[in-house]
Design a protein around this ligand. Structure first.
Ligand SMILES: [Zn+2]
Length: 190
């Protein structure tokens, strides 16, 4: 029997549909690129903290539809079903359906308008293991090797999205920055 949307699903996802923060869970084509990029950063004296690598598709599904229903962007009946996630989005009452979805949005800590105007993606590169969220820190200037062995000097910037030198460094390793999402890097920049 399906369980109605609400807090239950946050608890469920936190034991059945977890994110990984392990580099070994990344796609086998992306993983060596990330390893080489992070090694270069660490060799140069930077610290790298990885928060998310691979995202469970079930988690992405719950994120996406709870966001859309709670924000009134679709009706509960519009949500697709997913094998292995026996959720009922429709409480038979529009306000209750919205409230159930909102409990999930809050429980997952999803960013809603105005902080984020798009629903969490169903096709994020994280699901394929081709994206990573990480924080890179250093003081002043970092003298760091590109893939070809040449050394770049990169000044620290609080706003990582604006640090085009750092993006160039990543690109030399095949790791591209999504410039609208501070911790996010991927194989194609999305
Ligand atoms: Zn990300």
């Amino acid at each position: 029997m399906a369980t109605k949307s609400g807090k239950y699903w946050v608890t469920w996802a936190n034991s059945n549909a977890l994110n990984s923060n392990s580099i070994s869970d990344l796609d086998s084509t992306f993983q060596p690129k990330i390893n080489a990029f992070i090694k270069a950063l660490k060799d140069a004296g930077a610290t790298v903290t990885v928060s998310t690598t691979k995202r469970s598709p079930k988690r992405a599904y719950l994120f996406h539809w709870s966001w859309k229903i709670s924000q009134g962007k679709c009706k509960p009946q519009d949500a697709k079903s997913m094998v292995g996630v026996d959720i009922d989005w429709d409480h038979g009452d529009a306000a209750k359906s919205k409230a159930g979805a909102l409990e999930m949005v809050r429980g997952f800590g999803l960013a809603v308008p105005p902080r984020s105007v798009f629903p969490p993606s169903l096709s994020s590169n994280h699901i394929q293991g081709k994206a990573i969220d990480m924080t890179i820190n250093w003081k002043n200037n970092l003298k760091v090797k590109k893939k070809d062995g040449t050394v770049m000097t990169i000044a620290y910037m609080q706003n990582v999205n604006g640090n085009s030198m750092l993006h160039k460094l990543g690109e030399s390793y095949g790791v591209k920055k999504l410039k609208s999402d501070a911790p996010h890097w991927s194989y194609n920049g999305r």
